[in-house]
Ligand binder design. Structure first.
Ligand SMILES: Nc1nc2c(ncn2[C@@H]2O[C@H](COP(=O)(O)OP(=O)(O)OP(=O)(O)O)[C@@H](O)[C@H]2O)c(=O)[nH]1
Ligand SMILES: [K+]
Ligand SMILES: [Mg+2]
Length: 494
């Protein structure tokens, strides 16, 4: 019986019927314009110590020889010092370290060469010109090296996305998440799920083919059902977390709100370490929503300063208050700021009653909305005095003027943001893009269909569909539009 089943597992995995298996292979499509050898400056633009220029494609070896003539190719994958000269004029260009990576053991899977030259603009443009004069070479387009790596199965699509995110990472948490994705964690997870589906499919196909056969052990369908049930649970858990990974990629929305003059703009300036907002003793200074991207305790955030909430005096301020309330609705985290020396004012009380502890919100732990309550201007309280309002929900004392309490606030922000964005140093890999979420949902929908249908052929088809969705997370499904969107994020030379 097990032999029958394993044959079927193998068949289900490659299958004529399986639309696409979930492997680390790329789309299988040739890289656009492959055949040509591409070259580009891969390090940053501008004057620098060392600049790295690289090539990929069949003429890489010829290009390396042409620029280092009369010397032959260096040994594979070891750095050698060579004099570079222009292949036509013979004019010396630079003394450079060169490396030769014969395919397929290279980043792109093709023959590659690297030139580590001195980073002056004239040297770089001289070497680029020299490479352009070698027949069969042309300048690379944005992301073309990575696209070739994907086409040759060197990187899965989720790894490509991880690489793009790593290049763009601005905070520690983003770097950790990107590195985990580049290391293939999300891909491995999908791969494991796809394997479970392949087994379930084999069980169903075994039943279709040998249902009446005595050789088939009992309960194969039940096994498939329980595999599908477990998978459903795992996928649902991941989807529940879906927004976190995306927030970590693009920044959590942190909205600073409170009554007029509480020091909201002062806090925004302290947290962003620059004078983003106008601060003045006049209440109603901030009218519009002012957004600024910041690194908050290692997490990326989009910090919004808003108008002080009160019965506004004029139409402009009224519009500001309306916008502030609207922004509060979209917040991932609210930083509620009050003046510690003015907690009894009507606007403070009103803000406490309507935003901090609105009726029916329950205890803060039941409350799904995240909020940090900050009592600012603690310097105006008597030194060493008691907590001004022990009856308030948990709060932090801060002085934007003296900086006292800022470390405590940053630590509290770090904890809240780790909840909002997910902590990339622990836990399962997160879904970082809407694309991942879409395909996981598609997979889940197909599994629900599997459970509902009584027809075994349709059930098998639903499993194949589900597996196809998982395959597209790592393989992209070969559609050019998806690939164009993903590779658009890359710079030339990567
Ligand atoms: N003593 C003291 N004054 C502060 C502190 N933070 C802000 N202020 C002062 O409080 C006043 C109001 O500060 P803002 O930052 O403009 O307050 P806001 O909440 O943005 O005000 P609106 O935009 O008008 O709603 C300014 O004069 C600040 O200098 C603080 O920690 N201590
Ligand atoms: K003000
Ligand atoms: Mg303000």
């Amino acid at each position: 019986m097990w032999r029958v089943l394993w044959t079927l597992v193998a068949r289900a995995a490659r299958g004529p019927r399986s639309p696409r298996s979930c492997t680390r292979q790329g789309s299988g499509a040739p890289a656009p314009g492959s055949g040509a050898t591409i070259f580009a400056l891969s390090s940053g633009q501008g004057r620098c110590g060392i600049a790295v220029i690289r090539t990929s494609g069949p003429s890489s070896g010829h290009a390396l020889r042409s620029l280092t003539a009369p010397r032959d190719l260096p040994p594979a994958r070891s750095a050698c010092l060579r004099l570079l000269s222009h292949p036509r004029s013979g004019e010396p260009l630079d003394h450079a370290l060169v490396l030769w990576f014969p395919g397929p053991q290279s980043f792109t899977g093709e023959d590659c060469a690297e030139f580590h030259v001195h980073g002056g603009p004239a040297v770089v443009s001289g070497v680029l010109q020299a490479l352009g004069s070698v027949p069969g070479l042309r300048p690379a387009e944005a992301g073309e090296f990575t696209r070739r790596a994907f086409a040759h199965g060197k990187l899965s699509l989720t790894e490509v996305e991880g690489l793009a995110d790593l290049i763009h990472a601005e905070t520690e948490a983003q770097r950790r998440q990107a590195l985990r994705q580049l290391d293939g964690e999300l891909g491995h997870l999908c791969h494991g799920w796809a394997k479970t589906l392949t087994k379930a499919l084999a069980h169903v196909e075994a039943y279709i083919d040998f249902g009446e056969d005595d050789n088939l052990e009992e309960g194969v369908l039940e096994q498939a059902d329980s595999q599908v049930r477990e998978l459903e649970l795992a996928l649902s858990a991941h989807l529940r977390d879906a927004r976190r990974g995306q927030r970590l990629r693009s920044g959590a929305h942190v909205v600073v709100a409170g009554p007029p003059n509480a020091g909201k703009s002062s806090l925004v300036n302290v947290l962003s370490r620059k004078p983003v907002s106008i601060v003045s003793p006049e209440p109603g200074t901030t009218r519009d929503v002012l957004e600024t991207p910041v690194d908050l305790a290692g997490f990326p955030a989009l910090l919004s300063d808003t108008a002080g909430l009160r019965e506004a005096v004029g139409p402009v301020e009224q519009e500001g208050v309306r916008r502030a309330r609207e922004r509060l609705e979209q917040a991932d985290l609210i930083l509620a700021v009050l003046d510690a020396s003015d907690l009894g004012s009507p606007s403070s009380c009103n803000f406490l009653d309507t935003v901090v502890a609105p009726p029916g919100a329950g205890s803060p732990s039941e409350n799904s909305r995240r909020l940090l309550l900050v009592l600012n201007k603690s310097d105006l309280l008597p030194p060493g005095g008691p907590d001004p309002r022990p009856d308030l929900p948990p709060h932090l004392l801060l002085s934007c003027l003296t900086g006292e309490g800022l470390d405590g606030l940053l630590e509290a922000l770090r904890k809240e943001l780790a909840e909002v964005c997910g902590d990339p140093s622990t836990g399962p890999p997160l879904l970082t893009r809407a694309r991942h979420q879409h395909h996981l949902q598609g997979c889940l929908d197909a599994l629900r269909h599997y459970k509902q249908t009584k027809d075994l052929a349709l059930a098998a088809e639903a499993l194949r569909l589900a597996r196809g969705h998982l395959g597209r997370i790592t393989g992209g499904g070969g559609t050019e539009e998806v690939l164009d969107i993903i590779f658009r994020d890359f710079c030339v030379g990567k």
